[in-house]
Ligand binder design. Structure first.
Ligand SMILES: Cc1cc2nc3c(=O)[nH]c(=O)nc-3n(C[C@H](O)[C@H](O)[C@H](O)COP(=O)(O)O)c2cc1C
Length: 187
């Protein structure tokens, strides 16, 4: 079961990056992280019937298509989804790789709100894309700062780690359930 992660933060010492790495370490199977910082701004003119999408876009689409599940880990900026992550999702709307893809959304913030606005917006965007948002695998992590070891840049808070483990188990369960449902639909 292959898990692909996308981060909404480009910051070198990102707290969401630390959450992402800690979550991937808990996944039982191969993992990868998509490089969405290099994507061009979404432009439908580059993506029409007569256009060849940019190589970075094609690589993202292949990475999503060949993954069994997606993990979005993101901060919230101005009560919204970071532009870099919305841009990546915009490139995936028409091409359809997210359709029925089990997806978990995790937001982490230094504030008590845990990035709740961005979390809700990401789930709504994914639903519009006919992705399968696995609600039981979504998390809003408040007050993230002291939950991370700045040296290892990993989550060290035991409660948060245990909860991330539960979330990823829920995501894996959804992958199995979705595969079973899609197979029985085809028969
Ligand atoms: C321009 C800007 C806007 C922000 N807006 C919010 C916000 O609306 N809600 C929130 O929880 N945090 C907000 N923050 C704080 C970020 O959550 C914080 O900088 C966080 O560390 C960014 O995530 P990262 O560590 O993964 O890069 C904002 C930060 C910046 C720089």
């Amino acid at each position: 079961m292959r898990l692909l992660a996308l981060s909404g933060s480009l910051r070198a010492r990102s707290s969401n990056g630390a959450v992402l790495r800690s979550a991937l370490a808990l996944w039982d199977g191969p993992t990868a992280t998509a490089d969405i910082g290099a994507l061009p701004h979404f432009n439908p003119d580059l993506d029409g019937e007569d256009a060849t999408p940019p190589a970075s876009v094609a690589a993202l689409r292949t990475a999503v298509a060949t993954s069994d599940a997606l993990l979005l880990v993101s901060p919230e900026y101005a009560h919204g989804v970071p532009g870099v992550l919305k841009n990546a999702l915009d490139w995936l709307v028409s091409s359809g790789e997210c359709v029925h893809k089990p997806t978990a959304v995790i937001t982490a913030s230094p504030f008590p709100t845990g990035g709740d606005h961005a979390n809700a917006q990401l789930r709504e965007i994914l639903r519009m894309m006919t992705g399968e948002v696995v609600t039981a695998a979504c998390r809003e992590i408040p007050a993230i700062g002291p939950k991370i070891d700045p040296t290892t840049e990993r989550v060290t808070d035991e409660t948060t780690l245990a909860d991330l483990d539960v979330a990823l188990t829920q995501l894996a369960t959804a992958v199995t359930a979705t595969a079973t449902a899609l197979t029985s639909e085809q028969h």
